[in-house]
Design a binder for this molecule. Structure first.
Ligand SMILES: Nc1ncnc2c1ncn2[C@@H]1O[C@H](COP(=O)(O)OP(=O)(O)OP(=O)(O)O)[C@@H](O)[C@H]1O
Ligand SMILES: [Mg+2]
Length: 505
């Protein structure tokens, strides 16, 4: 690179930072500069060390070696509060709100405005919260508890909190994974305006379209090591992927043709007032059917109702011809349905339990056929899936909480795949999963369909929908607006229906 050195020292830099967890070298000799007035992307596979780097900058972890510099001066952050005081704000991969506190209390925790009597001035706090949300262009009631907020709203609260610090360094670790198109646009415009005001922004995402649309420079990491930093204009997606993975990869694995069998899942007239209406479709053995649409179209709500997590007002669900009672996930599982939920951290994993126990949690009855659950069979089942999903972990006996975000998601997938279902419902199966493993998950789904499973896939990623689905159902505002067979599903036809237009003539 030939650009001249910046006049002032960068607001934040890392110099030779190393960090290990036991045997895992999460960071090794990483040096990096975040400049004022840039949006800087950090790319790397699941487990490459991105979140560890973020937590080191944020004062959550202390580096084993090397140092952090603020405005060119070596600095030690003893705690996250220290980092915050230095103007570093972080939006973490996992939302960190306190569910029982109000939205406003979460934002102003430890710095609540006080009234004369040194009591917390709620009126002032709520007004300040309203002003932050107004800047973001959203409306969330400041006094409501954080519990029950959608993931998107939780992220927005985190962003409002970061903005309330007037951060000079804003770090966003996969902030967009659960946001809709308009919410992503809003977030990007906030990031751009912070940049234009001179902040340094670090952005982490597994979505290359976002990285290339938003960022000025891209740093690639692999296996805890720094690989490269370049201006976006000098890079292509292929170059970045090759540096991340260290080899060539197929970025998409198209579904193979399979024999269609009997109808395994049949949904008819499913209606829940105000949420979805008259939803009907079927999925045959050997088939992958995608539920496409924009975030908020009601797709997750439909599959939750099918599986029995949520109730519905009208309609029927049948599995292999037999009616399924509503509101009973246990009955759905007994009938052979598995659901890999969208919000895996809340619904999918027991964080403090080991990886292998999580991975085999749902098939314990099968493994313990002879009375005692043999440790060996548990290890074996876990190893098989860990291997197929390229799980990056220290030991399978470690707690799931020690895994990187993407690797936690692989454990949830493993757990449900191990149940050997007849009908597999996956909600955003590759969210947060890196480019190399994505292809592996696609290969796996295709393989399972080939074995006679019926697969229903909710996905917001168009390439995934177009590459994987035999049929695409498009939802808009709670209704199915189009059904497109493989040959007719294109980016245009799916988007057309997803934005509320009736079936293309
Ligand atoms: N608290 C911890 N204890 C033990 N190991 C950890 C801990 N935190 C992270 N690791 C390990 O460090 C490595 C890097 O993890 P990190 O979370 O930084 O990855 P990442 O690049 O953010 O991946 P992803 O894209 O999946 O979010 C992984 O092997 C992970 O298992
Ligand atoms: Mg991470």
């Amino acid at each position: 690179m030939t650009d001249r050195p910046p006049a002032a020292p960068p607001p934040l830099s890392l110099v030779g930072v190393a960090k290990s967890f036991g045997m895992v070298n999460a960071l090794q000799g990483v040096s990096l500069e975040l400049r004022a007035g840039e949006i800087h992307a950090l790319c790397g596979e699941n487990g490459a060390g991105k979140s560890t780097l973020v937590k080191t900058i944020a004062g959550v972890h202390r580096p084993d070696e090397g140092r952090i510099e603020v405005d060119g001066a070596p600095t030690e952050f003893a705690s996250p509060a220290d980092a915050q005081r230095a103007g570093v704000a972080v939006i973490y991969q996992e939302p960190t709100l306190f569910p029982d506190l109000s939205v406003a209390e979460n934002i102003f925790m430890g710095r609540q405005p006080l009234s004369r009597g040194r009591r917390i001035d709620r009126t002032a706090m709520y007004a300040a919260t309203d002003r932050l949300f107004a800047r973001l262009g959203v409306r969330i009631a400041p006094e409501r508890p954080a519990r029950g907020l959608s993931i998107a709203d939780q992220q927005l609260v985190e962003i409002a909190k970061a903005m309330s610090f007037d951060a000079r360094v804003l770090i966003m670790d996969e902030p967009t994974a659960a946001l809709s198109g308009t919410e992503v646009e809003r977030l990007f415009s906030v990031a751009r305006s912070l940049r234009d005001q001179g902040a340094a922004v670090l952005f982490i995402s597994h979505r290359f379209d976002e990285v290339f649309a938003l960022c000025d420079r891209i740093t690639v990491m692999r296996d805890g090591r720094y690989i490269s930093t370049d201006p976006v204009a000098e890079l292509t997606v292929d170059t970045v992927v090759r540096r991340m993975v260290g080899r060539e990869v197929n970025t998409l694995f198209p579904k193979q043709d399979t024999e269609r069998g009997e109808v395994l899942l049949e949904v008819d007239g499913l209606t829940r007032a105000g949420v979805f209406s008259d939803v009907g479709f079927d999925v045959r053995a050997g088939e992958i059917v995608a539920l496409a649409g924009l975030v908020g179209a009601g797709r997750s709500e439909v599959v939750r109702a099918v599986f029995g997590i949520d109730r519905y007002d009208f309609g029927t669900v049948r599995v292999a011809g037999a009616a399924l009672p509503q509101g009973r996930p246990a009955a759905a599982m007994a009938a052979g349905i598995a659901l890999v939920p969208e919000d895996r951290r809340q619904q999918g994993l027991v964080m403090e339990m080991s990886i292998e126990r999580n991975a085999t949690l749902t098939r314990r009855s099968a493994l313990s056929r002879f009375g005692l659950l043999s440790r060996r069979s548990e290890e074996k089942a876990a190893e098989v899936w860990a291997d197929r999903l390229q799980l990056k972990a220290g030991h399978l006996t470690d707690a799931v909480s020690t895994l990187s975000g993407g690797n936690q998601q692989k454990v949830v997938l493993a757990k449900w795949l191990a149940t050997r279902p007849r009908v597999l419902i996956v909600d955003e199966p590759t969210r947060g999963i890196d480019v190399g493993t994505k292809a592996e998950v696609h290969r796996l789904l295709s393989h399972l369909a080939g074995e006679g499973l019926a697969v229903l896939m909710v996905s917001s990623e168009l390439p995934e929908v177009l590459g994987m689905a035999d049929r695409v159902l498009v939802m808009h505002e709670g209704r199915i607006t189009a059904e497109l067979p493989r040959g007719e599903a294109t980016e245009e036809s799916v988007m057309y229906a997803a934005t509320g237009h009736k079936e293309v003539a």
